[in-house]
Design a protein around this ligand. Structure first.
Ligand SMILES: Cc1cc2nc3c(=O)[nH]c(=O)nc-3n(C[C@H](O)[C@H](O)[C@H](O)COP(=O)(O)O)c2cc1C
Length: 202
């Protein structure tokens, strides 16, 4: 959505949150959304921060849950086993909105959530999970790895596939408005459905 003047959410915390959640919903379903490919940060096994881009596969506003998919042989999967805290970063240049979410990641491998995610995956996505050797392995030449050929649906990669469900309890909003920027933080305690909402200095 583009606004000629100041948008209705500009100075309204609840409206800013509603807009942020709507953008995340669009990001999960619309592959053309620039928020469709957020960055996910984890802590490496030695404690250093690491991030990478993933595809946002799912978002549900009520439970504040996001999902992406990855290979169980990847570093991020191992890192999340050690420390489940994650930060995800989204930016939409047309909207001039940055969203930073922080929460807890749950790894799903051999369970109904992973099964359902696998069932809805396209053949090309599935192929990546059957790559040999494991993603991140050092190889002698750029193409010294194998992937299944063809376009048919195969289950070869299923044992390596995981769905990572992130539930966030903090969302930081930054809108670069032409009349001045707006920054806000929304945080959810354990029991509360309604977040605490605060403006921040941008
Ligand atoms: C546009 C784009 C989308 C990507 N989507 C995913 C994804 O959904 N899941 C994933 O594991 N890696 C994805 N990657 C690759 C990761 O960014 C990363 O290089 C890889 O997963 C290895 O990360 P790790 O070693 O930190 O685990 C994507 C990369 C790009 C550029």
């Amino acid at each position: 959505m583009r606004f000629e003047a100041v948008p209705p959410f500009a100075d309204d915390l609840a409206a800013s949150l509603a807009y942020a959640l709507a953008l995340l919903g669009k990001a999960a379903s619309d592959r053309r959304s620039s928020m469709h490919t957020p960055s996910v940060a984890t802590l490496a096994l030695d404690g250093r921060p690491r991030n990478r881009i993933v595809v946002l596969r799912y978002f549900e506003a009520q439970s504040r849950s996001l999902r992406f998919h990855t290979d169980i042989r990847s570093d991020k999967f191992e890192e999340l086993g050690r420390d489940e805290r994650v930060s995800m970063l989204f930016y939409d240049p047309a909207e001039k909105i940055q969203l930073r979410v922080e929460g807890i990641a749950e790894r799903h491998v051999a369970d109904p959530i992973a099964d359902e995610a696998w069932a809805s995956s396209q053949p090309m996505s599935r192929h990546c999970y059957a790559t040999m050797p494991a993603p991140g392995s050092v190889i002698d030449a750029a193409r010294a790895f194998t992937l299944p050929k063809g376009r048919e649906l195969t289950d070869e990669g299923r044992p390596q596939f995981s769905a990572i469900a992130v539930t966030f309890n903090r969302l930081e909003w930054l809108w670069l408005g032409s009349d001045g920027h707006r920054r806000a933080v929304f945080s959810w305690g354990k029991a509360n459905i309604n977040p605490e909402m605060r403006w921040l200095v941008p």
